[in-house]
Write a protein of this length. Structure first.
Length: 106
């Protein structure tokens, strides 16, 4: 595995951790709770790596959603996590750069 193929997932894992910390703080303010569990992601560019998914609970026995890491190698983004709930799914992407700034320079 080359250096980029190792660096990209490592950065993604750091962003996942930051995201989960922010979400956990917000959930606490809303009287919701969360718990992390180990999760495996396999991507062609980097192979398999271990991360965490975040389970979101209304009360101890009632999971209402989860944040599920999809991958670091995403076209047009620098990582993706899906928010999957009882009734819907939303795609969350991480962008390092402001797209408007990048496109106006070219």
């Amino acid at each position: 595995m080359n250096k980029e193929n190792k660096t990209v997932p490592d950065e993604y894992l750091n962003h996942i951790s930051e995201c989960y910390s922010m979400v956990a703080e917000w959930l606490h303010k809303k009287s919701l709770s969360c718990k992390e569990s180990e999760y495996s992601v396999h991507e062609k560019a980097s192979g398999e790596y271990i991360t965490k998914k975040l389970h979101i609970y209304k009360d101890r026995n009632h999971q209402i959603a989860e944040l599920l890491p999809v991958g670091a190698w995403i076209i047009g983004a620098d990582g993706r996590i899906d928010l999957i709930g009882d009734f819907d799914q939303q795609i969350l992407v991480y962008l390092k750069n402001d797209i408007k700034t990048v496109s106006s320079v070219n």
